[in-house]
Design a protein around this ligand. Structure first.
Ligand code: USQ
Length: 382
C-alpha cells in the first residue's frame, strides 16, 4: 500500500509512519512543524529530544533499510497538498494534521480562529485532492470520543437508529463537544459525511480517546525515534502528564472532583487500530466509524494508579484537586461501545502496573528536561 501520513511530526504521526513502513508499505509523511513551533513559543518543548523528520527518516533507513519520504509544508495550502498527492498517488491517507489541543483552541479568539481554519480547510483540501488524483483513496480521519461529549445514554459506535412517529432512520450519533477544538472535529466529520454521500468517497472516522504511552515496537530500536511527547498543559494528555508530574515530584493535577470518565488507549494500540482500519477499507460511499478506545477510567482512577506504581518505585506521589479550568461534567454516566476494532483483530494492551512502571522508567531518563513551569498555568474555558 502507498500511505500518506499527514501530521507526521505529531505524537502519533511519526510512530504511524514507522509502523506502516516496518510492515512493508510505502510511506510518505507530511508536516509543517506547527506544533513544534507553538510548543516552543509556549515554553514547553517535548520531553525527549526529537530530531526533525528528515533526520528521523535517515535514522530509520540506516537502521532498517526502509525509506520514508518526508515533505515539509502546510496542507491548508491546496497547491502544496495536491502536488504531494500527485507525487505519491496514495491508496490510504491518514489525517492527523489538525490542531489537536482543546486547551489551545480555548486560549484566545485568534487561536480559536486558527483551529477552525486549520482543521476545516485542511480536511476540505484532502477531500478535493483525493477527488482530483485518487478518488478510490481511503481517507482515515482521526476523530475523537470528545465529539460525543458525556451524554446520559450509551454511546454507540458512530450511528444511532432513531424511530420517530413510526418511521426509522439511521443518523450520526448526536454530538455535543466540550471545547472549540472538539467542535471542529464534529464539523470535519460533517464535511466528510457530506462528500461521502455526494461523491462516493471511502472514509473511516476513528473516534479516539486520550492516548497514553511513549514506547512503540518501532521506537524501541533507537531513542531518536521516540514520539514527540508533550506533557505540558496545552499539548499533553492526562496520564502522560501525571507520570511526568510524579517523576518531577509535583502533585498530580486532578481537575475538579476527578470523576470525569474517558475512554483511553495505549499508543501501541492506536498504531494498531489505524493499521487494521487501513487493511479493510470501506466501500465507496461509506463512512465507517469506530470508537477507538480500549478501557475507561475516571481521572481519579488514573491518579490512583499512577500513585500506586509511583509509590512502589519510591516517588511518594501526591494528588491535588485543582479548581477545574474547563467546563465539563465532573460526575456523569459514561458507557461507550467499542467492539468494531476488536472485531478487526485488535488485542488491547491494558493499563497494567507494568505499563505504568515502564513509562516511569523512561520519563526518569529525561527528568532533567522537565519544564515544571509548563505543567499547569490554569488556562480557563471561561
Ligand atoms: N485532566 C485533568 N488533569 C490534567 C489534564 C486533564 O484532570 O492535568 C482531565 C480533563 O479535565 C479531562 C480528562 O482529564 O476531563 C482528559 O483530558 P486530556 O487533556 O487528556 O484530553 P482532551 O483535552 O480531551 O484531549 C486529548 C487530546 C485530543 C484528543 C482527545 C480525545 O489532546 O487531541 O482528541 O484527548 S477525547 O478526550 O476522547 O476527546
Amino acid at each position: 500500500m502507498r500511505v500518506l501520513v499527514l501530521g507526521a511530526d505529531g505524537y502519533l504521526g511519526w510512530a504511524t509512519c514507522m509502523h506502516f513502513s516496518r510492515l512493508g508499505h510505502e510511506v510518505a509523511g507530511v508536516d509543517n512543524y506547527w506544533r513544534r513551533r507553538v510548543s516552543r513559543e509556549l515554553g514547553a518543548g517535548p520531553l525527549m529530544p526529537t530530531p526533525r523528520l528528515s533526520e528521523r527518516a535517515r535514522r530509520w533507513e540506516a537502521l532498517t533499510g526502509r525509506k520514508i519520504s518526508i515533505h515539509v509544508g502546510d496542507i491548508t495550502d491546496f497547491g502544496f497538498l495536491l502536488s504531494i498527492f500527485r507525487q505519491h498517488m496514495p491508496d490510504a491517507v491518514v489525517h492527523y494534521a489538525e490542531q489537536p489541543s482543546a486547551v489551545f483552541s480555548m486560549m484566545s479568539r485568534e487561536r480559536a480562529a486558527f483551529t477552525v481554519r486549520n482543521n476545516l480547510v485542511g480536511t476540505l483540501n484532502i477531500v478535493w485532492a483525493v477527488r482530483e488524483t485518487v478518488p478510490a483513496c481511503h481517507i482515515i480521519k482521526l476523530g475523537t470520543m470528545g465529539e460525543y461529549g458525556t451524554p446520559n445514554i450509551d454511546i454507540e459506535e458512530g450511528w444511532l437508529d432513531v424511530e420517530h412517529n413510526g418511521r426509522r432512520e439511521k443518523f450520526l450519533f448526536p454530538r455535543q463537544a466540550g471545547s472549540l477544538y472538539h467542535t471542529t472535529k464534529i464539523q470535519d466529520t460533517d464535511l466528510l459525511w457530506f462528500y461521502v454521500r455526494t461523491w462516493g468517497l471511502r472514509v473511516t472516522d476513528l473516534m479516539q480517546g486520550p492516548v497514553y504511552g511513549i514506547m512503540t515496537e518501532e521506537a524501541g530500536i533507537d531513542s531518536g525515534l521516540l514520539p514527540n511527547f508533550n506533557y505540558d498543559e496545552v499539548f499533553g494528555t492526562v496520564l502522560n502528564r501525571f507520570i511526568v508530574q510524579a517523576v518531577a515530584g509535583l502533585p498530580l493535577t486532578i481537575y475538579g472532583k476527578g470523576g470525569q470518565v474517558r475512554g483511553y488507549l495505549n499508543i501501541m494500540d492506536s498504531m494498531r487500530c489505524v493499521y487494521l482500519a487501513s487493511m479493510t477499507p470501506p466501500g465507496p460511499g461509506q463512512l465507517r466509524i469506530f470508537n477507538q478506545v480500549t478501557e475507561t477510567f475516571s481521572v481519579n482512577e488514573l491518579a490512583q494508579k499512577t500513585k500506586k506504581v509511583g509509590d512502589e518505585l519510591g516517588y511518594s506521589v501526591r494528588l491535588r484537586h485543582l479548581e477545574n479550568p474547563r467546563v465539563e461534567k465532573e460526575e456523569h454516566y459514561y458507557n461507550p461501545k467499542y467492539t468494531g476494532l476488536a472485531g478487526l483483530g485488535l488485542t488491547p494492551h491494558r493499563l497494567t502496573g507494568e505499563v505504568l512502571a515502564g513509562m516511569f522508567r523512561l520519563v526518569e531518563k529525561y527528568k532533567k528536561r522537565i519544564r515544571t513551569d509548563a505543567i499547569f498555568r490554569g488556562i480557563k474555558w471561561r
